[in-house]
Design a protein around this ligand. Sequence first.
Ligand code: CTP
Ligand code: MG
Length: 388
Amino acid sequence: MSIIALIVAAGRGERAGQPGPKQYARLAGQTVLARSIHALAISKRISAILCVIHADDRVLYDRAIQEVPQRLRKKLRTPVIGGTTRQQSVMAGLEALAGTDCETVLIHDAARPFLSKALIERVVDAVPATGAAIPALPMTDTIKELDAAGTIAKTPDRALLRAVQTPQAFTFKLILGAHRAMVDRETTDDASLIEALGGRVMPVEGERDNIKLTTPEDFAVAELKLTETVSAMGYDVHAFGVGDHVTLAGVKIPHTRGVLAHSDGDVILHALSDAILGAIGVGDIGQHFPPSDPQWKDAPSSTFVAHAIKLLKEKGGALVNCDVTLLAEEPRIGKHREAMIDSLATITGIKKERIGLKATTTEKLGAIGRGEGLVAQVLCTLRLPRER
Ligand code: CTP
Ligand code: MG
């Protein structure tokens, strides 16, 4: 006899403002659905998981589950296709489980990825009492009920009110019977079907963190919660050589000399690449693009930055700002500043307001002061996933 989790993930997420269905949006590099599956699959109480998905989403689903560790992915059953309402999607999932050994079912919204193991324990342990247990939280706001005219009709006693969440746990036969009996009654909450049939539903303590991602603000808050700010710095030097220009921040600047380098010798983009690689602990630019490798000869250094940003994104990170200081007697960059900032914005995807670009001479001191070369220093701030 087993406890199975049914995850409903067939909605379109119209209020969420994401480019696609919200359950496939990424939070700190991982899809919402993979996070929800993970959270349920790590519970030893759950023996299998069945997802209900939209008919158009099979490719998205197959890709998302790759993010779940292999040992946990084994708990997943072949997904079933949902309906146009949440209730129809739940029904499709329950019907697919009918005739299996499912004794208890936990019905969960894919859009709630933050449930804890302890919450799963609480709902599962509370099922035997009445056959139905749901997470519930006391209200902090006072709730008002409106009349038909849209004015306030009454104020229910707050002490008796609860905000409810998923996973809602039921004896399988009880909830299947309730759904079959109540196909015509529209609801967004499975427990209400049991209530309508005169059954008893037990509340257990819900979790403030267990929010249902619904609006763009929910996504913004969740992203902040899952990531932290780190800073990183990069530094690069090149000596001048024969030539008629230097490339800085991807912009070709006419000069009486060039730089000695294997690539285009762009100190700013090299320092920037190193800062990003450093922030995610994956070595430095020399390891990723060895000067000995002919394919990088005269390569535009934007390639290096693009590679570093790709690795950063794969780790669920994002660049927040970058602040550049160039140390050089010559060339003066004043005339090119705007073009350099535009170029940095294009290469990094950061807004121009978050890009700093300063240049200084070294007052004729040292090698840079003697005009033998130039130096760039870049400080970056990034958001990276917190450790789980
Ligand atoms: N759901 C579903 N099938 C539907 C509608 C909703 O499986 N036809 C699922 C959603 O994927 C979500 C959960 O039910 O995990 C809760 O619903 P909701 O937050 O309303 O999600 P959406 O319906 O996708 O969002 P919206 O109402 O903003 O379009
Ligand atoms: Mg909906």
